[in-house]
Design a protein. Structure first.
Length: 323
């Protein structure tokens, strides 16, 4: 097994290589070439090496749906064939609904920018869904509120968002302005990987274009926003990994108006920490905080210490997650 401090792969650190991945290598892997997937297509993959983008050869009967943008793979130097995928440090995945399978969103993401906007699209319940999504994946969430230049009181939006989760970073920006780069710099340094999620029309692709700058030959397609309801007409249609001006990497995702949650209990515990901490004080271990006597959570609501709307949203997300 190689040492996590082995300098052999130091040249991969700008691509997001970390000791977590290096610790997975053995002496048998010494001849293989590590690459990072930057785009997943229906029947092919492309990846990044220290020298740039390369086509990846897949073994017969391989399914590209098993790979995510941000994955690290080991390939044979002569054929470019994938030997294996390294274990993921984090994985963002969207659970399927009905007959649809689970969809891999992005892998090995350090920070998830949850993008909302300071206008009619601002929605606390939707932001909570994305926070649970990020928490459960083990990725640090940061709420980024765009269109601050168009809001009468952008700081009020910031205060409301910051109250959703303890120690939550909330940044208010104009996605088209270069000042957004400086505001998000703490999470976008060399080798760092961020991904963006948010509903259509909040300015995700505009923000990606700002973070990437002139380094990308073909900017993401963005569209106007209807005046009546602040919804976007066009959204990004594919996921891809792009270099940011600060040295990190950004993954844009298609606009998502709704996110179904499933089996994200740990993510909800982090999001609703005030309820999680009160629960052991309830009379019954399996208390649903709905009608049971001796419920510490409902007592906190009655005492004005817990927002009843917050408890209602917790119930709804718990039911959905367990369903």
């Amino acid at each position: 097994m190689t040492s996590p401090d082995d300098p052999v792969f130091e040249h991969l650190r700008p691509l997001g290589w970390q000791s977590f991945f290096q610790a997975q290598l053995s002496d048998d892997d010494s001849a293989l070439v590590p690459l990072r997937i930057d785009a997943v297509h229906r029947s092919r993959l492309t990846a990044l090496s220290e020298h740039g983008k390369v086509q990846v050869a897949l073994p017969p009967r391989s399914d590209t749906a098993q790979y995510a943008v941000g994955d690290w793979i080991l390939t044979h130097p002569d054929t470019g064939m994938v030997s294996r995928r390294l274990d993921r440090k984090t994985l963002l995945q969207r659970p399927g609904d009905g007959q649809r399978p689970t969809q891999l969103v992005a892998a090995n993401v350090d920070t998830l920018f949850i993008v909302g906007s300071c206008n009619a699209d601002f929605n606390l319940a939707r932001l909570e869904r994305y926070l649970a999504f990020a928490n459960d994946a083990g990725t640090e969430p940061v709420i980024v509120l765009t269109k601050a230049d168009m809001a009468e009181d952008a700081l009020d939006y910031q205060r409301q968002a910051a109250a959703l989760q303890r120690d939550l970073a909330v940044v208010v920006i104009n996605a088209r302005d270069q000042s957004a780069i400086a505001a998000l710099k703490p999470w976008c340094g060399a080798g760092a990987t961020v991904a963006l999620v948010g509903s259509s029309g909040v300015g995700k692709s505009t923000l990606v274009n700002t973070l990437v700058g002139d380094g990308r030959t073909q900017p993401q397609l963005t569209g106007g926003v209807r005046e009546g309801d602040s919804k976007g007409r066009h959204t990004t249609t594919s996921r891809s990994l792009h270099a940011m001006t600060g040295g990190g990497w950004v993954i844009d995702t298609p606009g998502v108006r709704s996110l179904h949650l499933k089996d994200v209990g740990e993510g909800l515990d982090i999001l609703f920490a005030e309820i999680t901490e009160l629960a052991p004080q309830c009379k019954f271990r399996n208390c649903t905080h709905d009608h049971e006597p001796g419920c510490a959570v409902r007592a906190a609501v009655a005492a004005g210490k817990l927002d009843p709307a917050r408890l209602d949203r917790w119930r709804k997300l718990q039911t959905e997650s367990r369903g």
